[in-house]
Ligand binder design. Sequence first.
Ligand SMILES: [Zn+2]
Ligand SMILES: [Zn+2]
Length: 241
Amino acid sequence: MIMKIIADTHAHTLASGHAYSTIREMAAAAAGRGMQVLALTEHAPEMPGTCGLFYFQNLRVIPREMSGVRMLFGAELNIMDPKGRVDLPETTIRNLDIVVASIHVPCFGLEHTEQEVMSAYVEAMKKEYIHIIGHPDDSRFPIDYEVLVKTAKETHTLLEVNNSSLHPQSFREGARENLLTMLDLCRQYEVPVTTGSDAHADVDAGNFSFAGELLDYCNFPKELVVTTDFEKLKPYLNCKE
Ligand SMILES: [Zn+2]
Ligand SMILES: [Zn+2]
């Protein structure tokens, strides 16, 4: 991999219900992959089987450094409908270090037009406490990428290159082509992207084998990848120091 990624802004522990490693296991694995920063972003409460509201309200008790890795604790919110409604109270969200918002089949459903999907993303991006749009790369949720990228720029929201979407066994559809379209527009409009492993097991924490290959393949400018330097990522987050 030519591009050196040092931060993973999207991963899950067993608190998410369908992920399998502890916080410390994730931190150690991320350290082993050379990560300086790891975000643990558990699925928010509308995802079946995940943790509840109080989980997200008590995250202050966890140390922000483990295995030499700077730890960020947040959530992967579910965008619930075309109005961009999300599934944690705003006061709770504002206390999180990092906030990803994504569309998931169990919460949003599959029966939506491109206009409805775009409305969901745009309305979510308008909420300044949402930092990142997770995996906007699935053909089952059709997107106007020009609108997505321009809105990301206007609202200071990061778009994610999701490593798991690019896995050959991913259930998301058309991710490679969709991400190439998105990256092309991000380059054109100078819109930064972030990288998320979306690991659901420690073996994948900080794993950017597919995302890195894609960024190298399209010769994407390093300056627009905020996870190559924590100082570039920080202004997008809710970091206390
Ligand atoms: Zn997701
Ligand atoms: Zn996820």
